[in-house]
Design a protein around this ligand. Structure first.
Ligand SMILES: Nc1ncnc2c1ncn2[C@@H]1O[C@H](COP(=O)(O)OP(=O)(O)OP(=O)(O)O)[C@@H](O)[C@H]1O
Ligand SMILES: Cc1ncsc1CCO
Ligand SMILES: [Mg+2]
Length: 339
């Protein structure tokens, strides 16, 4: 199975064959509209060192950056600011089917960044609501059999979507569920190192711990590249250094503080932020993921200046995300393209 985007146009809408039957025939043969790209010429494209859109004769992306510019750290800083500004200006609607632990921090992080979160998870609402969303975020942290059909339907609805495979190796059921979601072509998969290693190897072997990583992000870099290549999704591994890859390029994002691991669901929140960035500008999922990870890490660094422990860091991180300004973002975002 290899997803067609980020290489090509976003998939057309489809629902699982049993979808309408499974909701009491309340939606008699109703079909949701096909995905319509928000701006002409926009599509999810894999970024390459040589800008593909210009070569392909495609219009410049909406945010007005010059794609021929060399991707220095300063370029990434400007890009991160432009994307954060796009989130603030467009307030992308992000439908989140996320775990029960993370709902609060996910919604608050999205709001602080300027996006509009919606934490709906009822299968019967998917056909009406998902077409209105700019992006979908799916997180299996507190997976149950009841929620899986909603996740599958939301992921199949033709919107760009971002996947957080929390504790994918915890059980055979969870691994199967994650693999079935992976087949529905997420624009970005973001996990910690243990999760990406397990997902790439399709192994639910018990040496993997629960939701926390027992590996460094660099341990999962090759697995992330392989997964990105085989699935066609951008894959991001979080940790002290975050790595983001489309299977060819690898970008590192080095913002953040270790205490972010002591707040539950910071990983869930940053994956939701990636969805907001993709929703605001779906033209390049790799750039969106790298910038969202760096921005979130930067908010952690700024929050840490006033924090006294995990609980106050949580509060100050959200405040910092809300208050980020151009000078701070452009001078402090640490992203680079690895050779
Ligand atoms: N040692 C570290 N130093 C700096 N930042 C870190 C460190 N570890 C994690 N982070 C940052 O913390 C955030 C969460 O990443 P982490 O890898 O802990 O996610 P996770 O394990 O999926 O979390 P959760 O499952 O609790 O949501 C990311 O933004 C990441 O960059
Ligand atoms: C602690 C925990 N358990 C299931 S999901 C979650 C939040 C971090 O992923
Ligand atoms: Mg996680």
């Amino acid at each position: 199975m290899h997803c067609t985007y980020p290489n090509g146009p976003i998939r057309s809408t489809f629902f699982p064959r049993d979808f309408y039957n499974s909701v009491d025939n309340q939606f008699p043969q109703r079909k949701i509209p096909q995905f319509v790209a928000p701006l002409p010429g926009r599509r999810i494209t894999k970024s390459t060192p040589t800008p593909p859109r210009r070569r392909a004769g495609l219009p410049a992306i909406a945010v007005g950056m010059d794609e021929d510019e060399v991707r220095t750290e300063a370029w990434w800083g400007r890009r991160a600011w432009v994307l954060l500004s796009a989130v603030r200006a467009r307030a992308p609607l992000v439908q989140c089917i996320t775990n029960l632990v993370s709902m609060d921090i996910v919604a608050n992080a999205l709001l602080a960044a300027g996006a509009s979160p919606a934490m709906l998870h009822c299968l019967r609402e998917v056909p009406d609501f998902i077409p209105r969303c700019d992006a979908v975020y799916i997180n299996v942290g507190t997976l149950s059999e009841d929620w899986l059909p909603s996740m599958r339907a939301a992921a199949s609805a033709g919107r760009p979507w971002v996947f957080d495979p929390v504790a994918v190796a915890a059980s055979g059921f969870r691994m199967e569920a994650c693999l079935s979601l992976l087949a529905l072509c997420p624009a970005v998969v973001r996990g910690n190192a243990s999760e990406i290693l397990a997902l790439a190897s399709r192994s639910d072997n018990s040496s993997f711990k629960g939701v926390d990583s027992s590996h460094d992000s660099s341990d999962a870099l090759q697995a992330a590249k392989a997964l990105a290549r085989s699935n066609g999704s951008v894959v991001a591994v979080s940790g002290a250094v975050d790595f983001i890859t489309d299977g060819v390029q690898v970008v590192s994002a080095s913002n953040g503080v270790p205490m972010m691991q002591k707040i539950t669901a910071t990983g869930c929140a940053v994956t939701a932020l990636i969805a907001a960035f993709v929703g605001a500008d779906p033209s390049d999922a790799l750039v969106a993921a790298a910038c969202a990870l760096a921005i979130f890490g930067l908010a952690g660094e700024l929050g840490m200046e006033s924090a006294r422990g995990p609980a106050s860091l949580r509060m100050h991180l959200i405040d910092a995300l809300y208050s980020l300004d151009e000078q701070t973002v452009t001078s402090r975002v640490k992203i680079s393209l690895l050779p």
